[in-house]
Design a protein around this ligand. Structure first.
Ligand code: ADP
Ligand code: MG
Length: 250
């Protein structure tokens, strides 16, 4: 059995009376690429946000690299465990969320220096190597507003990786991009998958999910309806909901 990088147990989230996540239990083996698919409004973003406690779950538990956070009603999660768990994860957003007043390299270096207290010189060298990997070494000293959307997202991926996370969460990383820039970002993610990074990716890029994912997690109406390898999910989905969802992409 592969080591489990992240697991949830009966994770639930309500906004007032609205039940947005219902009993989500998943195990994510280390080193796997997991694509979360599902219609708009099915709870995919809320699920990712609950994993790093950007959104506090209503009930349930999350275990990240051996650190378990159990939601107890009315009580905040213990600070130490929360910081430990969050430190294992990094997130890449649809809209990049780069700091406009910092250069590309400064965007990457900021958190490892200020949050992890690592030496700036060492982190700069690592940041440059990351930029090299995504083909943006020449952009280290420019400001984000001079970059294309695809370049910004590649920088955002470098910034996430500079925190040396064990798991990277992506929330529709290519949805805000012009179509001609989607490929360059997916190519970087494909390479990360091949390198064995553990990833959870909310996406509508069906070809990417089919080719790159180890596992497809299909969500609908706040529940995980199906967990299967893409070879099964895309040819013979086990639920009628998934069949209907896939028909829209055919
Ligand atoms: P997805 O990412 O799959 O499109 P979301 O997780 O964004 O879905 O949303 C799931 C449901 O939760 C939607 O019905 C949405 O309106 C609701 N929701 C999300 N965030 C909030 C919030 N902060 N307050 C109230 N409802 C919310
Ligand atoms: Mg969403």
């Amino acid at each position: 059995m592969a080591e489990i990088a992240l697991s949830t147990e009966r994770l639930c989230k309500h906004f007032g009376d609205v039940e947005v996540l219902r009993d989500i239990s998943v195990d994510i083996p280390a080193g796997t690429t997991n694509c979360i698919l599902g219609p708009s409004g099915s709870g995919k973003s809320t699920f990712l946000r609950c994993l790093n406690w950007l959104e506090e779950p209503t009930s349930g538990a999350i275990t990240v690299a051996g650190v378990r956070l159990q939601q107890r009603s009315g009580k905040p999660a213990p600070r130490r465990e929360l910081a430990l768990a969050r430190g294992k994860m990094a997130m890449v957003f649809q809209n990049f969320a780069l700091w406009p007043h910092l250069t590309v390299l400064e965007n990457i270096v900021e958190s490892p220096v200020h949050v992890l207290h690592r030496p700036r010189d060492e982190v700069r060298a690592e940041g440059l190597a990351l930029l090299e990997r995504v083909g943006l070494a020449a952009k280290a000293d420019v400001y984000p507003h001079t970059l294309s959307g695809g370049q910004k997202q590649r920088v955002a991926i470098c910034r996430a990786l500079a925190m040396r996370p064990q798991i990277v969460l992506f929330d529709e990383p290519t949805s805000a991009l012009d179509p001609e820039m989607v490929g360059e970002v997916l190519a970087v993610m494909r390479e990360l998958a091949a390198g064995g990074l553990t990833m959870l990716i909310v996406t509508h890029e069906m070809a990417f999910a089919r080719d790159v994912a180890d596992t497809v997690i299909f969500m609908d109406q706040g529940q995980v309806r199906e967990i299967s390898p893409p070879s099964v999910f895309f040819t013979n989905p086990g639920t009628e909901r998934a069949q209907r969802f896939l028909q829209r992409f055919m």
